[in-house]
Ligand binder design. Sequence first.
Ligand SMILES: [Zn+2]
Length: 256
Amino acid sequence: MRELAEVAPGVLVATAGLYTTTSTVIADGQGGCLIVDPAVTVSELDELATALDARGLSPVAGWSTHPHWDHLLWSVRLGDVPRYGTVDAAAAVERGRAELIGELIASAPGHDLELFGRLTALDEEYIPWPGPPVRVLRHAAHATGHGALWLPQVGVLLAGDMLSDVEIPLLDLDGPDPAGYYLAGLELLAGVADVGVIVPGHGHIGDRAEYLRRVRADLYYVSALEHGDLAAGRDQRIGESWQRAEHDRQFAHLHA
Ligand SMILES: [Zn+2]
């Protein structure tokens, strides 16, 4: 885990080595903070807790953007505080807990399984916490119960596993309409006014121009994929072998 980088006033991002996974910390201005998707190995979570200690920040709440194992982690050092997710995300974790734990152990062993995925379902538009307003943008792209976060006072969009510079859109192939749901989620994120900073769940932070570029790139990819256009397979982000395999799987699923 690298140091915490301040991407906007009171918004700090740490980037883990595994999958370029980001963890975002939002300060409440009173010594507390909201932690979004703390990740990803045991030692990286430990380093995150140490970095928070060094800045005098204590977690008062958490948020998991979606019910995939690498976004459901927690450490005893982050404290016993409510860890929110959408209603659908919390339900998905309960349903899929055994499978999620299997994936966790295979990729990042050693976590406290009692703390893993303990979400409090939140059905409100804003996260109930003492800090600046944090609005939940619910959709079902990438995963059921995906909740991106919008921080209107500082213009920061925490996109979860979307709008990445290093990963192609990964559709929820278990859902009833993978491409349609993904496009609906993208439309929601594209409709947020005045985004100045984009923070993807995996990848690098971008400015407004980069946000707009990623929206276009993801819309292009998913539209091409939906229509069986081979141009989707030429997306520049398909560099690593696992993404080629994911692309091929998505294409085959939609056009079997
Ligand atoms: Zn994910």
